[in-house]
Ligand binder design. Structure first.
Ligand code: ZN
Length: 449
């Protein structure tokens, strides 16, 4: 039995996924704990003292340092991708800068990295890292196929009572996230990609108002992506008596609604597995974004029928049958590419891999933030000597760094008080015969790396 800590990236999106992984890990004989990664991650590692830790994808220096600390405590470490990334056609269409972003701009170490699709695993395994990326399938899709979640969250009568709905059928409208105004204290780069689009928001709110008039026999509920500014929604929807839910998970909202309107959201895929008709209005995938996801293939914009105006939406909603209307061909492309297998078992496969990771928590001395190096005893030898390579014979050699010479000068000056004498002594650190490769004697221009 191991103690396994799962750190959740964004609870509203990821908690249900992590619960499924934890359940399987318990079945395999482990003890588990789930905690939010942001803000609480470090505390929880120290308090719970796990043998293995599962973290969100490592995308910045803070996460990299956190991973290093977890390894120093002797824990096994797995990173789990919370979103699908690119497939081979996406990757090949990218420029070099985008490709290197996909492969990660910072180096880090984990014992295993769980990704969605086989293509992504293959792409990431070209990084030459000391660990492997492994594809487990679309973990984000499992929750839609989980009968326990259906039992737990589906209660249409209760849902209608909560929102004082009187009609039989409910339309769930997901706002596009082009109007994102990132929480200043929790800036998420992915959200930065979307420029604010007030016109787009007004168009979206106009659509909601038109449907409200056009379809009096339907209940309407609106939800926004995390990070979207809600004030304009509250103002307009409040006048119409339409509720805005920014707290519930998309699964809970979808299980208690009958029709979905989205703007190219991945919720279209959830709707398919919940056998619910979905329509698209507006398109976040067409926005002038620098994000490759929205430029390459625009596959997310092909999942549902794209409606140009509220009249068309109203007409289609009246005729909609209670079943999936997803574009099967587009879904198949997603299965073969970005998403990978969508069988409801991806979280089980993830748990099986996590179960095999070894580790044992052992308290490690906290690293000091001070550098107690002195002239003759250095934390890192590279502080004194920079690595260089001869351009002619290719042999490696070392060059003393100017900063290190400065350190010597200060020390010499402490002992020898006359400035002129200090300068003379320091001459011994100049290459008297010029800069030659110490192996083959070819001349080089000294360039500090
Ligand atoms: Zn040489």
């Amino acid at each position: 039995m191991k103690k396994i800590l799962i750190l959740t990236a964004s609870p509203r999106r990821d908690l249900l996924i992590d619960e499924q992984i934890a359940k399987k890990l318990k079945e395999l004989g482990n003890e588990t704990k789930i905690a939010p990664c942001l803000r609480e991650g470090r505390d929880t590692v120290l308090e719970y003292q796990p043998d293995v830790v599962v973290v969100p994808p490592v995308r910045n220096m803070y996460s990299r340092d956190f991973c290093e600390d977890i390894k120093r405590f002797g824990c096994g470490l797995v990173s789990r991708h919370t979103e699908p990334s690119c497939d081979w056609p996406d990757y090949k269409a990218m420029n070099q800068k985008q490709q290197s972003e996909i492969c990660g701009l910072i180096q880090y170490y984990v014992d295993s990295e769980l990704v969605w699709s086989e293509d992504e695993a293959q792409i990431l395994n070209r990084r030459g890292a000391k660990f492997k990326a492994v594809s487990v399938g679309a973990v984000g899709v499992d929750k839609y196929l989980n009968p326990e979640y259906k039992k737990r969250y589906k209660d249409k009568a209760k849902f209608k009572k909560k929102y004082k709905f009187t009609n039989n059928k409910t339309i769930l409208i997901q706002s596009p996230w082009g109007f994102a105004d990132h929480s200043p204290d929790l800036r998420i780069e992915e959200v930065d990609e979307f420029v604010k689009d007030n016109k787009g928001r007004d168009r979206h709110l106009d659509m909601i108002e038109a449907l409200h008039k056009e379809l009096p026999d339907y209940n309407i509920i609106v939800t926004t992506h995390p990070g979207v500014v809600t004030k304009p929604y509250i103002q307009r929807l409040g006048k119409l008596g339409i509720p805005l839910d920014t707290v519930s998970t998309s699964l809970e909202l979808m299980l208690n609604s009958d029709i979905l309107i989205h703007a190219g959201s991945t919720m279209a895929i959830g709707a398919h597995f919940l056998k619910m008709p979905a329509f698209q209005f507006g398109d976040v995938n067409l926005k002038d974004s620098t994000n490759w996801w929205h430029q390459s293939g625009k596959i997310m914009a092909e999942m549902s029928l794209n409606c140009k105006n509220p009249e068309m939406l109203a007409k289609l909603i009246k005729k909609a049958e209670p079943k999936s209307n997803i574009n099967k061909e587009a879904l198949e492309k997603l299965r073969e590419g970005r998403y990978g297998i969508m069988d409801g078992k991806a979280t089980d496969r993830a748990a099986e891999i996590i179960n095999k990771i070894e580790g044992k928590f052992k308290f490690a001395w906290p690293r000091s933030t001070h550098d107690y190096s002195q002239l003759t005893i250095l934390q890192h030898p590279s502080k004194a000597i920079a690595d260089a390579n001869c351009g002619i014979c290719k042999e490696a050699f070392g060059i003393m760094r100017p900063e290190y010479k400065e350190m010597i000068r200060v020390n010499v000056a402490n002992v020898v008080k006359e400035a002129e004498l200090v300068n003379k002594i320091m001459l011994i650190f100049e290459p008297v015969r010029g800069t030659y490769c110490p192996h083959c004697g070819s001349r080089f221009m000294p360039v500090m790396p």
